[in-house]
Design a protein around this ligand. Structure first.
Ligand SMILES: NC(=O)c1ccc[n+]([C@@H]2O[C@H](COP(=O)([O-])OP(=O)(O)OC[C@H]3O[C@@H](n4cnc5c(N)ncnc54)[C@H](OP(=O)(O)O)[C@@H]3O)[C@@H](O)[C@H]2O)c1
Length: 330
């Protein structure tokens, strides 16, 4: 099969697109004929070796999967040949990745693709959708009527958090780096979108939410706790999920006196049951059209290195040239 893989960690150019043996599903694995996969920032960290994780070599890059069941392993029970499925959490914690014509995936990490939902949409919503649900529902316990803030409303995570928070009945404030992206945030359902390059974000949030923000979802790799804690409502929750090297100062007094909570998580550590609960809710919203994954562009497998470069330039370099997910069609 054709696959995008590395022989050792390195820059985007170390991605080779070539032939590898098609895997045989063993145990509870299911062989998926891949129709679409999305690029996530973590793919680039693993490829670059900046996150130390065991990887099988050659290592196929990528976490997300969407396609059709081609074959089932001897102990797989959840799916049959021909079923459309999606999932995530591959290419992590020692598991092989997905950017190939076929991927052998343990059935615990796969979910049925609802009728009428395209593979590209399912892939684009996989890792970011599960992340958004874990953070909003399991961790922050966002309630209908509450106010949620998220930075980067057209980003991979941000665009999903905006739509999911709306689906959960929250009022949503978000930011973006251009007026065009501000409009895109409103199209995604945000009640307020602030241009973080031309406006004073803290002043605007204070104006829109004078009683404070109930849930602050931080996508930035360098959070500003002084500013955020000041903008949180009493008993507000802050979600952290980016910035492994960040060591910012923290306003201890203002935080505990307000009774706030801080929660951090990495989606890949969530159990199969936790991820499945998220996926079931996502399937309901995808089927109802309440979540429409924002796809910036679709590229062929041959352009995986280019896709990694673009993702890195944006997530780490702040280029601002991306507005949503990059989807790869194997
Ligand atoms: N913990 C987990 O489980 C988990 C899961 C997924 C992702 N992540 C991490 O979360 C982060 C975001 O991921 P992603 O996929 O959403 O990346 P992304 O698609 O590259 O999005 C980054 C977003 O940040 C925005 N941004 C950049 N500088 C900003 C600033 N100064 N103020 C406000 N917004 C700003 C960008 O807005 P503009 O384009 O408008 O400039 C863009 O929307 C990454 O670090 C990723 O590794 C963690």
């Amino acid at each position: 099969m054709r696959a995008a893989y590395i022989e050792k960690p390195g820059p985007p150019e170390s991605i080779i697109v070539g032939e590898l043996p098609t895997p045989e599903p063993t145990g509870r694995q299911v062989l998926v004929r891949m129709a679409a996969a999305a690029v996530n920032p973590v793919d680039t960290y693993i490829r670059a070796g900046t996150i130390k994780m065991d990887i099988p070599l050659p290592f196929i890059v990528g976490c997300d999967v969407a396609g059709v069941v081609e074959k089932v392993g001897p102990n797989a029970r959840r799916f049959k040949v021909g079923d459309r499925v999606w999932g995530s959490n591959q290419g992590l914690l020692g598991r092989q990745g997905t950017f190939a014509e076929y991927a052998a995936v343990d059935e615990d990490w796969l979910y049925p693709t609802p009728e009428g939902v395209r593979d590209a949409a399912a892939a684009a919503c996989a890792l970011v959708g599960i992340t958004a649900h874990l953070g909003l529902v399991r961790d922050a316990r966002l309630q209908a009527g509450e106010i949620l803030f998220v930075n980067g409303g057209t980003g991979g995570v941000g665009s999903t958090v905006v739509q999911m928070a709306k689906a959960l009945g929250a009022r949503v404030i978000t930011t973006a780096g251009s007026d065009e992206k501000v409009r895109a945030c409103r199209d995604l359902g945000a009640d307020a979108a602030i241009n973080y390059k031309s406006e004073d974000v803290a002043a605007r949030v204070k104006e829109i939410a004078p009683e404070g923000v109930n849930v602050w979802w931080e996508t930035l790799r360098e959070p500003n706790f002084d500013q955020t804690v000041a903008l949180l409502a009493p008993r507000g929750r802050m979600v952290l999920m980016a910035g492994r090297d960040a060591r910012p100062p923290f306003p201890v007094g203002p935080f505990y006196v307000k009774g706030c909570r801080l929660v951090g998580f990495a989606m890949f550590n969530a159990t199969p049951d936790e991820q499945r609960a998220a996926a079931e809710a996502i399937n309901g919203w995808l089927a109802a059209g309440k979540i429409k994954p924002r796809i910036d562009r679709i590229l062929p497998l041959d352009q995986t290195a280019e896709a990694h470069r673009l993702q890195e330039e944006n997530t780490v370099g702040g280029a601002g040239t991306l507005a949503g997910k990059i989807v790869i069609k194997p």
